[in-house]
Ligand binder design. Structure first.
Ligand SMILES: [Fe+2]
Ligand SMILES: [Fe+2]
Length: 378
């Protein structure tokens, strides 16, 4: 039993002892015999090196300094190449400072012991060296683990990046497909809207082109007002369909030359509500039915069918209302010749703020004063 505390070791360690004196090897082997180490001895540096080459798995190497043929320092210089992880202890017969400095610098010595040694001191030193060796083993294990995990992370990262790249590619393809199908739907909608508008106009050849013209003028006003592309598109479609409700009004009334009777007028007025009833169930991404329902509403509440006032009327409907008046007055009608754009401008100027939205009228006046009649044609 040792009289001093030793650090418990986790592994069984191999120790190589090299000394040219047989007696030293015997004493050392005897001292360490009961400590549970795997002991190997060599009587020369050359023999020590050949043992290391066969089995470089030593935790600790103890070598004498003064040996024939090769000194301990020379031995360790070669031994550390073969067995770099072993702890290296140099035995010196006396405190040879030069040999010790050289041993540390070129032999990579971790400890030196002077002969003769004290048994306890030797056991303690060996125990400390092996404990240090275990810490280094553990460090190397953790190092390896970190390296392995890093490699795994890099691989995982690369894998994720590849997945993200593929997903992005897939999404871009899907977006392109969606865009293509959206464009196709827009084209179908456009064609359908135009077809419907032509059907309505075919019953009233005198107003041919009215809806297209209103859509165009309303679009010009909306652009000048810097509305969103969605609003402009809604105004354009609503413009193209705004009189679709006239489909339910007898053609004789629509084409009648001269003044309409009160009853006939009431029948014409139903076209806003008719249009709303036709369009309300159609899924269009804009409030087309509402805009058309309100296109004859007027700012002072004198319009129809609901008598809405001011901002109760959708902005889009207020724009179509003004565009409708400009187009209707500029164009020929069964009951009167074309009045001309000047008369239309006069009308909206006079009823600015009462029948027609003041800001929209101002926009129209701006267009007219800058570009004249051409300003309302694209
Ligand atoms: Fe109308
Ligand atoms: Fe109209």
């Amino acid at each position: 039993m040792n009289s001093f505390p030793l650090i418990p070791l986790k592994h069984r360690h191999s120790i190589l002892i090299i000394d040219d004196e047989e007696a030293i090897l015997d004493i050392m082997a005897m001292t360490l015999a009961d400590e549970g180490y795997d002991l190997h001895t060599a009587s020369s540096a050359k023999e020590g090196l050949s043992i290391l080459k066969k089995s470089p798995d030593f935790s600790l190497i103890i070598s004498d300094q003064m040996m024939p043929g090769m000194t301990g320092v020379q031995f360790f210089t070669e031994a550390r190449e073969i067995c770099p992880n072993a702890m290296r202890v140099l035995l010196t017969g006396y405190a040879d400072i030069d040999a010790i400095i050289q041993a540390i610098n070129s032999g990579g010595i971790h400890l030196y012991l002077t002969k003769p040694w004290h048994k306890d001191e030797l056991l303690l030193s060996i125990n400390q060296m092996l404990s240090k060796a275990e810490l280094l083993i553990e460090n190397r294990r953790l190092d390896e683990l970190v390296k392995k995990q890093n490699t795994e992370l890099i691989e995982l990262n690369r894998h994720l990046e590849e997945k993200v790249r593929q997903k992005t590619l897939h999404l871009a393809q899907r977006a392109e497909e969606l865009k293509a199908s959206y464009d196709k739907i827009q084209l179908i909608l456009e064609g359908t809207v135009l077809a419907i508008s032509k059907i309505v106009e075919s019953r009233d050849p005198y107003t041919a082109g009215h809806e297209q013209q209103v859509a165009r003028i309303a679009g010009i006003i909306a652009r000048k007002m810097a509305l969103s592309e969605d609003q402009i598109e809604a105004i354009r479609i609503a413009g193209l369909l705004h009189d679709i409700g006239k489909i339910a009004v007898p053609a004789e009334i629509l084409t009648k030359p001269g003044q309409l009777s009160r009853l006939e007028m009431e029948m014409v007025k139903t076209h806003s509500q008719n249009a709303y009833d036709i369009l309300k169930t159609i899924e269009i991404p804009y409030p087309i039915a509402q805009i058309i329902l309100q296109h004859h509403e007027r700012i002072d509440g004198s319009g129809y069918p609901q008598g809405l006032k001011g901002e109760e009327i959708l902005l889009e409907a207020r724009i179509i209302g003004v565009a409708d008046v400009i187009e209707a007055m500029s164009a020929h009608r069964p009951y009167r010749p074309a009045l001309g754009i000047e008369r239309a401008i006069e009308e909206i100027t006079q009823k600015r703020g009462s029948l027609y939205d003041a800001h929209i009228v101002d926009i129209c006046l701006g267009i007219y004063s800058d570009e004249g009649q051409k300003g309302f044609m694209e």
